[in-house]
Design a protein around this ligand. Structure first.
Ligand code: ATP
Ligand code: MG
Length: 189
């Protein structure tokens, strides 16, 4: 099976992404990503045997990053991959931590899982359209936010016209607002 770690949007976030994608004017071969496929890839794992799933789930379960809010404030055409993405110019430290730790934890297994695979640097983005050969005229995107409270291990089936993704497992991120310390109470007797 083909797997990757990703942030998976809830229904409200998915609707905000779809709303940002609505202004895109696409021509020719270009295809919109269906709303049910919106995601933010954290780490691509690749083809693995079913027997390796447990190792990946253990890596997911062991993460201790906090949640965060990502502001998507730019719409960009990436020529190399022929995609249009919603991108975040500022990446929250908590997201960088999750991304870094996942990679560190995957590294000892990566050679076996996906030989020769190189991880690109983090460019926090949600792909909105694919096969966009010509840079479209991009209108200013109406910015949207994504309040991230969990991350997932996702299975990808790329055999059809559109990839079909299935969430295999989801783990919560830690609460981003530190709990107020209990104040000591003194009682005069
Ligand atoms: P297709 O490759 O047929 O267009 P897809 O890209 O939707 O399908 P996958 O190739 O399984 O599906 O990729 C799943 C996710 O992982 C996508 O977000 C994709 O951009 C990302 N991804 C795929 N390959 C890599 C890679 N080598 N490095 C980093 N991210 C990757
Ligand atoms: Mg791909």
């Amino acid at each position: 099976m083909r797997l990757f770690f990703a942030l998976w949007p809830d229904a409200a976030t998915r609707a905000r992404i779809a709303n940002a994608a609505v202004t895109l004017r696409l021509t020719g071969e270009a295809r919109r990503v269906p709303a049910e496929n919106y995601h933010l890839t954290l780490a691509f794992v690749g083809e693995v045997a079913t027997s390796q799933l447990a190792v990946l789930q253990q890596i997911g379960r062991a993460q201790r990053a906090t949640g965060c809010t990502i502001n998507f404030d730019a719409c960009e055409h990436w020529r190399e991959t022929q995609v249009v993405v919603a991108a975040a110019r500022q990446i929250p430290a908590a997201l960088i931590e999750l991304w870094t730790r996942l990679r560190q934890d995957l590294a000892p297994h990566q050679a076996a899982l996906n030989p020769g695979h190189q991880h690109p640097s983090l460019r926090a983005h949600v792909t909105l359209a694919r096969k966009v050969a010509q840079a479209p005229v991009l209108q200013a995107m109406s910015p949207f936010y994504w309040s991230v409270q969990s991350f997932s291990l996702v299975r990808s089936d790329t055999s059809g016209a559109h990839s079909v993704y299935t969430v295999v497992d989801t783990w919560p991120l830690l609460d981003k607002t530190p709990k107020p310390k209990k104040s000591l109470q003194f009682r005069c007797i």
